[in-house]
Each structure stands twice: as structure tokens, then as C-alpha cells.
Write a protein of this length. Structure first.
Length: 125
């Protein structure tokens, strides 16, 4: 294991404040950070529960770093596509008729309206 004293002195070390959904009170005390302040920082990052966090650190710079529990992580587009493909395959195997995808109304998309200059000047005083 390589240990660079100069790097440690100049950049400092991160402190683990949550491990497997449990607070590390000793490190919070070393950082002089209250649980309320940590909860505020978690909420600002969109995390609603300490138990949802696998690991969280306070970096030397003061930034919060975290990794969510496996079951609390967001699904990727690839994972969602894989699930949709599997559902389609199961429906076909069961002989369930597939409904065609619903077509989006052109006028419901405001970006398409702007691009095509539809409804320009209508309904304005």
C-alpha cells in the first residue's frame, strides 16, 4: 500500500459519516457536525432517509459524497429497456395481444409547437 504523506497533508482525508445506513457519531464529532446539519446536506442531495445511504463521506473540501443502498439507486435506461423487452417477450409467450403505442398529439408538445410555429399569435390579447 502506497502512502504519500505530502498528499495527505495538502489534501486531507475524507471522513466516513454513514456506513451501511448507520451514523458514524465519532466521525461527526471529529468534524464538529451535528446530525441535523448532516440531514440537511442529505436532503439537499435529494436523500430522504439515512437508511437509504450505503456510505457517506465528508470530503476535506467540505463536500458530501455518498453511495445509495443497492435497492435505492435509480434504474438506468438500459435496465428499464431490459425490463420492457422481457415484459414484451413474456406477453408474446403468453399470447397477449400487444396494443400499438399511443401516438402523441402534435399540439401537446410545446417544443414542437415552437419549432413548427404552430398556434403562433392565437389566443393572445
Amino acid at each position: 500500500m502506497k502512502f504519500d504523506l505530502t498528499e495527505t497533508i495538502s489534501t486531507g482525508k475524507a471522513k466516513i459519516v454513514i456506513e451501511n445506513g448507520q451514523l458514524n457519531i465519532a466521525n461527526l464529532k471529529k468534524l464538529r457536525m451535528s446530525v441535523d446539519r448532516l440531514e440537511t446536506r442529505l436532503r439537499q442531495s435529494g436523500i430522504t432517509s439515512i437508511e437509504d445511504v450505503k456510505h457517506a463521506t465528508i470530503e476535506f473540501s467540505g463536500l458530501l459524497g455518498y453511495e445509495l443502498q443497492e435497492d435505492k439507486q435509480a434504474a438506468t435506461k438500459a435496465e428499464i429497456k431490459e425490463l420492457l423487452d422481457e415484459i414484451t417477450h413474456l406477453k408474446q409467450a403468453l399470447g397477449v395481444m400487444m396494443k400499438p403505442a399511443k401516438q402523441e398529439r402534435q399540439s401537446s408538445n410545446i417544443f414542437t409547437e415552437v419549432k413548427n410555429k404552430q398556434f403562433e399569435g392565437e389566443n393572445e390579447p
